[in-house]
Unconditional design. Sequence first.
Length: 313
Amino acid sequence: MALVARDSGSIPPEQLLNIDAAQLRNAKDAELLKSIRVRFIEDGPDRTLDAATKYGKTCTIEGLSAQQSIFELRQQIAEQEKMPLQDVNLFGMSTVFPDDLLLADCYADWMGYGLEDWPPKFVSKPRVKGFEVYVDVPASRDTSIWENGRMQTYHDLQLIFDVNPSTKVSELKAFIAKRTKIPASRQKLTAHLRPSMKSFGYYVDLEDDKTMSDYDIERVCVAVKFEKSAFDEQGNYVFDDAYWDDAGYHPQPPDCWIPLDSLGERGRPDAHNVDATQPLSIVSDRRAKEAERDDTLTLFFRPTMQGWARRAD
């Protein structure tokens, strides 16, 4: 494309330095980011970030440049929301943002890091009052999420809680129960302790009446492993799900936390209308529709094609 120079002789001298207001406005807007949304988690011991996280409030930050740092963003949030700077700590779903990181670097076109949006979306956590303990929960039907008869999520969970050295194991179980709906009496917690980097460490079963300091959790704990117990304190198997026996079908107890749709038994009377084992669209059905469509097109165009054949003869 050839560039054509404008003849400055046809423009009055006083208009040569004029700037179009629309172009100036666009140039200024391009220098700044669009509104940045920051969500704040609810204050409390639960510091987990996932699809089930509840947010107490949301704020919008305007007028920031991509060349500004995370620390400058934290300062502006604290000033706008009238909060201590120590209570504004920015995270992604699986990413921690250091203060010296530029906003321009907070983008990764890769799902899972929480950085696939632009402008980036941040989550703010308050300061840690004690220390954080990580609880690894394996994927199971108990923690799966179902909607309209189909599974939405089924994966391992890593729960994060703010605890103190005086926090009892029974309190930690109560935090987990509030998050997963699995009763504390059904939980078995095992701590992976590693006092030295020269060894892989060892595992210790946590007792309810002991505290975090009794196991030196703050200093040597790698993570706490969660396991659901299938038996009660007397050693009896707990039927916390629906089942069949010689007396017929027994539905789930009213206080059951396991999604009913996760049961694969299609013969039960309370089964969902949608069969989760079947795809949304079956290949044979699609091929039948395509064949029906082809037959309709053939019948529609056949008279025209016959006419063309007679003309050709």
